[in-house]
Design a binder for this molecule. Structure first.
Ligand code: AMP
Length: 280
């Protein structure tokens, strides 16, 4: 497995893969890798000849009071996991490679980036779309792999890829969870032992909403109150949102569409957790 930090090192590997007629599978991450990232790498490995992982903590997707400075960084361990999962190349760029001096161009995806996290993290999806577009230009993937854990991010990037005609396939992979249901996340490291015990409640609340939906409940207000009540009565979380929206448009309706998503964001102590469940 090779490691590239500069654009020249990266492009040398990409050009060699292209010259050999290889398809390129790409998994963009912010590092501190876990089994969720591993599953994306395995999916990329299964359908491509050359697999690229990027590890880059993107400053433009963090708000001024968010955790950019303390975001976990574990590059040596990341390389081990990447190699075990079958990556051919790890791209670990500096800020100057992604945002050269004077960089001033940003991508705004209207609509799907506005509800949910868009309301609570202004500028977040602008940063995500911009960095992923930059990474796509650099890596020139045939297919790119994203986790449904970040469902709104998936939908923003699908919109961007279609609108700009980027000519690559996006693959959305299932959320990998701990045995107790907690979605794997690099941010789970922030949880204290007591918080870690409480964290699975978020997914339990989503499952209760899914259970009611499967039982025929379509009243969005009722579905949302089932999920919110579960989280609020625990007293442990500070809920930002729990919403049932149409999938994949993320539109609000009174009656849940045949395909909907229930998405939640809540603070547990100082850690912000998100999760979602598809209702269909
Ligand atoms: P991150 O490093 O958190 O920016 O995530 C990089 C990619 O891994 C994104 O596409 C995430 O959606 C995906 N991902 C993160 N956690 C999980 C998980 N538990 N299961 C599946 N994919 C995940």
């Amino acid at each position: 497995m090779k490691i590239a930090a500069s654009e020249a090192e990266l492009k040398r590997e990409i050009r060699a893969a292209q010259a050999a007629g290889k398809s390129i599978g790409f998994v963009p991450t912010m590092g501190a890798l876990h089994r969720g990232h591993g599953a994306l790498l395995e999916a990329a490995r299964a359908e491509n000849d050359f697999v690229v992982l990027s590890v880059y903590v993107n400053p433009t997707q963090f708000g001024p009071n968010e955790d950019f400075a303390k975001y976990p960084r574990a590059f040596a361990a990341d390389c081990q996991l990447a190699e075990a999962a079958g990556a051919d190349l790890v791209f670990h760029p500096t800020n100057e490679v992604i945002y050269p001096p004077g960089y001033s161009t940003f991508i705004e995806v209207a609509g799907v980036s506005e509800p949910l996290c868009g309301r609570f993290r202004p500028g977040h999806f602008r940063g995500v779309a911009t960095v992923v577009h930059r990474l796509f230009q650099l890596v020139e993937p045939t297919r790119a792999y994203f986790g449904k854990k970040d469902i709104q991010q998936c939908l923003v990037l699908k919109r961007m890829t279609a609108d700009l005609g980027l000519g690559l396939e996006l693959r959305l992979c299932e959320t990998i969870r701990e045995g107790d249901g907690l979605a794997l996340s690099s941010r789970n490291q922030y949880l204290s032992a007591a918080e870690r015990e409480k964290a699975p409640l978020l997914y339990k609340a989503l499952q209760e909403v899914a259970f009611a939906f499967a039982g025929g409940e379509r009243d969005v207000a009722k579905l949302e109150s089932i999920g919110r009540a579960r989280i609020e009565t625990s007293g442990d979380f500070r809920l930002q949102y729990l919403e049932v929206l149409g999938y994949p448009e993320l539109n609000r309706t009174e009656n849940a569409a045949a395909e909907s998503v229930c998405a939640v964001a809540a603070y547990l102590g100082s850690t912000r957790l998100i999760d979602n469940i598809l209702l269909r």
